[in-house]
Design a protein around this ligand. Structure first.
Ligand code: GDP
Ligand code: IMO
Ligand code: MG
Length: 424
């Protein structure tokens, strides 16, 4: 059984928790897109892990972990993460495989990310400043890129760095009046990275196909969410990879017809970090209450997340483009205590009602939400273990999500812990 888990909103839906739970019955967990912009939380007992590059399955001993070719790898973050797990007694030796074709985030990418955002002023994207956009730009640009395999040939890596730094310096000085980190400094750092990471560099596409042929079960872990997908999200307020499940095949070399289940993760409401339109946003007491009750502060940047009602128009769209077969809805517990809850079931854009999501940022920012209102519940859900034991109004809310999105809700989150999930 192979399963792909992706976010259906603007990220931070609770993918880390869902992947950790599903990893119990998986042999290999694979990240296929994004980079250290991701922040996936896994809580085991009293220990909290915030994973940025390692797949969330890495906290389970015995599970193999793959960082696919579609990921952009920041070696400093990855090494810190590997060391962090080692300190907690979790060893990745022999079970972590990093694609030789994955592109590497170098210091100048992070520099460029920050410089570009500063130059955009009020039009900035609100990136995580992790160098994601510039690294993917170099990947598609082809001529000035470093891949993991380059760590295996340091002499030619040095020559590439010299060439790239010369090129970046021309751009940085012309556009930003800035200088790129010197090649020598980068070369010294890369030697340290290469020494630590070389043992993990592999042909991961081959590894995945060989594992599947042996009957191993694969679990694919998306980063970000479908609405941040470069092609299908709210462009330009998106990330620079195909963050929806559509990025899975290209991002690790495994075709979609090898996947049996596509699980879409949502929150029972909506959150967003960074700029861009957000039709159901509640920039008021309602949003503040959700933020405080749900601890909605970024796992990677610590920024307060913008919060609002559930947008079923957006979720239905994400589910359709992602081939989603079931929904895992997290944070139902966070909605306890609201007298009423709203779900957006359609938009009115330029006087016309539609239930098809509009990813174009300009048009989406004009969307007026058509809401259906539901009665809330006051019960604390954090200890509920069975679907039958949920309050009646919570069940009605779940049924409405299924009706508006056309997808079954198979898992419901009632708290951040592994055990706080209900199967329907
Ligand atoms: P990801 O990026 O999709 O993995 O999500 P994040 O880890 O960035 O953010 C999700 C946050 O919600 C984390 O702090 C989780 O510990 C927490 N969380 C996950 N599921 C639930 C849930 O059902 N209820 C509550 N209250 N918190 C949850
Ligand atoms: P996980 O995997 C939420 C957002 C940023 C910004 C936009 C572009 O934890 O769900 P980037 O640094 O990628 O160029 O930023 O995308 N963003 C995320 N928002 N969760 C994430 O990851 C995100 N990764 C990027 O806030 O708006
Ligand atoms: Mg996150």
């Amino acid at each position: 059984m192979n399963t792909c888990v992706t976010g259906l909103q603007w990220g931070d839906e609770g993918k880390g928790k869902v992947v950790d739970i599903l990893a119990e019955n998986s042999d290999v967990v694979i990240r296929y897109a994004g980079g250290a912009n991701a922040g996936h939380t896994v809580i085991i007992g009293d220990t909290k892990f915030a994973l940025h590059l390692l797949p969330s399955g890495s906290v389970r001993p015995g599970v193999a972990c793959v960082i696919g070719n579609g990921v952009v790898v920041d070696p400093s973050v990855l090494i810190e993460e590997i060391n962090g797990l080692t300190e907690k007694g979790i060893d990745l030796t022999g079970r972590l495989f990093i694609s030789e074709n994955a592109h590497v985030v170098i210091d100048y990418h992070k520099q460029e990310d920050i410089l570009r955002e500063e130059s955009l002023g009020k039009n900035k994207i609100g990136t995580t400043a992790r160098g994601i956009g510039p690294c993917y730009a170099d990947k598609t640009g082809r001529s000035y890129a470093i891949r993991m395999a380059d760590f295996l040939d340091l002499k030619s890596l040095d020559a590439k760095l010299e060439n790239i730094v010369e090129y970046k310096n021309k751009i940085f000085s012309a556009l930003y009046n800035a200088k790129c980190v010197p090649a020598k400094e980068l070369s010294a750092k890369c030697r340290i990275y290469a020494e630590r990471l070389s043992p993990f560099i592999a042909n991961t596409t081959r590894y995945l196909h060989e594992s599947a042929a042996k009957g191993k079960s694969l679990l694919f872990e998306g980063a970000q969410g479908a609405l941040l997908d470069l092609d299908h999200g709210t462009f330009p307020f998106v990330t620079s990879s195909n963050a929806s499940s559509l990025g899975m095949s290209a991002g690790c070399g495994v075709p979609a017809n090898m996947v049996n289940k596509f699980v879409g993760v949502i929150k029972a409401y909506t959150s967003r970090v960074g700029s861009g339109p957000f039709p159901t946003e509640q920039d008021n007491e309602i949003g503040n209450t959700i933020r405080e009750k749900g601890h909605e502060y970024g796992t990677t940047t610590g920024r307060p997340r913008r919060c609002g009602w559930l947008d079923a128009v957006a979720v239905m769209y994400s589910a359709k483009i992602g081939g989603i077969t079931e929904i895992a809805m997290m944070h139902l517990d966070t909605l306890a205590g609201f007298k009423e809850l709203k779900i957006c079931k359609a938009y009115v854009i330029d006087g016309k009602e539609t239930n098809w999501f509009e990813p174009e940022a300009g048009k989406l920012s004009k969307a007026q939400c058509v809401y259906e209102t539901f009665a809330g519940w006051t019960e604390d859900l954090s200890g509920v273990q069975k679907f039958e034991d949920l309050p009646k109004n919570a069940k009605i809310y779940i049924a409405a999500v299924e009706k508006f999105t056309g997808v079954t809700v198979s898992m419901v989150g009632v708290g951040p812990k592994r055990s706080q999930v209900i199967y329907k």
